[in-house]
Ligand binder design. Structure first.
Ligand SMILES: N[C@@H](CCC(=O)N[C@@H](CS)C(=O)NCC(=O)O)C(=O)O
Length: 60
């Protein structure tokens, strides 16, 4: 399983992190900074709203 969680420690992404921890699921965590990074063209491809959390599961 290749899950990737794009998140920020000061966001509601901590709730997703908590669930992932409880379920014992392996995930790669990528910290995304508020501001420019979250609104960058690259990140907007993952979430057009430019917000975290974003969970990527393979092609989904
Ligand atoms: N409906 C979204 C809301 C996500 C959301 O509002 N995330 C905030 C952090 S808690 C965010 O990324 N804010 C950045 C911004 O609005 O620029 C969800 O529940 O995942």
């Amino acid at each position: 399983m290749a899950l990737t969680l794009y998140t920020n420690k000061q966001s509601r992404g901590v709730v997703v992190d908590w669930l992932i921890l409880d379920l014992g699921i392996e995930v790669e965590r990528i910290e995304v900074a508020y501001g420019e990074e979250m609104k960058s063209a690259e990140f907007l491809k993952l979430n057009p709203f430019g917000k975290v959390p974003v969970l990527v599961d393979g092609d989904l």
